[in-house]
Write a new protein. Structure first.
Length: 78
């Protein structure tokens, strides 16, 4: 499960290979960088992952089922 969440985080944060040039990725970086130091600390990444998991867990049961994962992948592709 951790690998799935990590993979989804990668997809959501790095939607394309040109991370530095992608405005959406810069905005995601800014949102994750909660202290504004232009560096991502481990605690900031953990907090972002927790927020993402909460958004993906549509029925709020503490686990991601296949349908929730499929919905997340579809959202990334859109």
């Amino acid at each position: 499960m951790t690998k799935i969440v990590t993979a989804l985080a990668g997809l959501l944060l790095c939607g394309c290979s040109a991370f530095a040039a992608d405005q959406g990725a810069r905005e995601a970086f800014r949102r994750i960088d909660t202290n504004g130091d232009r560096k991502l600390e481990f605690s900031e990444i953990q907090a972002a992952r927790a927020r993402m998991f909460d958004r993906l867990d549509a029925n709020h049961n503490g686990v991601l089922d296949p349908e929730e994962v499929q919905a997340a992948v579809a959202q990334v592709k859109a």
